[in-house]
Write a protein that binds this ligand. Structure first.
Ligand SMILES: *Cc1c(COP(=O)(O)O)cnc(C)c1O
Length: 386
């Protein structure tokens, strides 16, 4: 058996044809494909507007900018995430305030947010860790009470549901951010998107993506058809037509991909339920997870042996990964003054967490191999203890 990664893309012949056909046209960037992908994404999520970007990280940067996050503002977020969700605020000179997580879901502990709100708090960024939605109603209520924006980092959660509604519908947030990295639900190689129902955010996102340049609402008189104006400082964060064509093709399979992820998760649940070595992910009654990850949490007698477990699984060609090293423990963040002990549950979660392979292209045979290998490795540990 070839080695099994913790996640990977699923590209079919029709995806390749979609990319190939763009390569045969004149416009391989700035053509019509990104807009078509935006329409499809907004339609899928049930949001009004969508803007695609060249990465999930640039989409986060644009979303934080669009909601008005600025130098010296604070934004509340979770340390159990990829560094990008916090870094995007640093790009704007704002200060991340980390709130500890729920040891069970790995999501931000909504009961601990209010105590961290100050007059400088501009934004709350919940991350739907592993594809399991955060309890958004509680965050929405806090945001209303204090006049704060909410941006969902939904990079794990395309295809997930909160109380029956699709993530990205944005009825309890200002914007939702998606990523199309190959480990995510659908891929464009690199890529991302912001979904919103707010037209003013939409306009800002478009400007930010393309140098802050516009041909509309001109400040001066047009000097001719070539004329454009730069109204704000933007970037080149555009997605190419090559990427968008791949995204359009991939999005058609999203529901099937999520369905397959959920089936694999169910198979794992069945075997690993009540095992003596690790806790398995649980869905809260309000949540329909899109299972970007299957995060197991190693129990007490074994949690200090994760390094060894990780190496044993790797030796058996089983790709596992750890999500995540708490962001503020990164040396760069330590340099900004954050200290160990800030979020004890996040640090404990990091000690225990292991993501085992979960992706739609995983075959039944591979699922069986994963189950057998993990069971064997943990059983070996127990023999050592006795
Ligand atoms: C993948 C991801 C991102 C964005 O990453 P890109 O690689 O830039 O697309 C942001 N936040 C989280 C939680 C992610 O998993």
């Amino acid at each position: 058996m070839n080695s099994i990664p913790y996640s990977r893309q699923w590209i079919d012949e029709d995806d390749i044809k979609a990319v190939e056909s763009v390569l045969r046209t004149d416009l391989i960037t700035q053509g019509s494909k990104p807009q078509e992908f935006e329409r499809d994404l907004a339609g899928y999520c049930g949001g009004k507007y969508c803007v695609v970007f060249n990465s999930g990280t640039s989409a986060l940067h644009a979303a934080y900018f669009a909601c008005g996050l600025e130098r010296n503002d604070e934004f509340i977020t979770s340390p159990v995430s990829f560094v990008a969700s916090s870094n995007a605020g640093l790009y704007l000179g704002a200060q991340p305030v980390f709130v500890d997580v729920d040891g069970d879901t790995g999501n931000i502990d909504v009961s601990k947010i209010e105590e961290k709100i100050t007059e400088r708090t501009k934004l709350i960024v919940p991350i739907h860790y592993s594809g399991h939605p955060v309890d958004m109603e509680k965050i929405f209520n806090l945001a209303q009470k204090y006049g704060i924006s909410v941006i969902e980092d939904a990079c794990h959660a395309l295809g997930a549901r909160y109380k029956g509604d699709k993530i990205g519908q944005c009825n309890l947030s200002d914007m939702a951010v998606l990523s199309f990295h190959p480990v995510k639900h659908v891929t464009t190689g690199e890529g991302g998107a912001v979904v919103t129902n707010n037209e003013s955010y939409y306009q800002k996102l478009l400007m930010f993506r393309s140098h802050g340049v516009t041909k509309e609402n001109l400040m001066n008189k047009s000097e001719g058809d070539w004329y454009y104006e730069m109204h704000s400082l933007g970037y080149n964060y555009r997605m190419t037509d090559i990427q968008a064509a791949l995204g359009i093709s991939q999005l058609k399979k999203l529901d099937a991909f999520v369905e397959r992820r959920r089936r694999v998760a169910k198979a794992y649940n069945k075997v690993f339920k009540d095992n003596p070595y690790f806790d398995i992910p649980q869905e809260r009654n309000y949540a329909g997870s899109s299972y970007h990850l299957y995060p197991i949490r190693i129990m007490d007698p074994y949690k200090n042996r994760k390094k060894e477990i990780f190496a044993m699984l790797k030796a058996k060609k089983l790709g596992v990964q750890v999500h995540y090293i708490p962001i503020y423990l990164q040396p760069y963040y330590q340099g900004l003054g954050y200290r160990k002990g800030l979020c004890p549950k996040a640090e404990d979660f990091y000690k225990r967490e292991l993501s085992i392979p979960l992706y739609p292209a995983l075959s039944d045979e591979e699922v069986e191999y994963v189950v057998k290998t993990i069971s064997n490795v943990f059983n070996t540990l127990q023999e050592d203890v006795h």
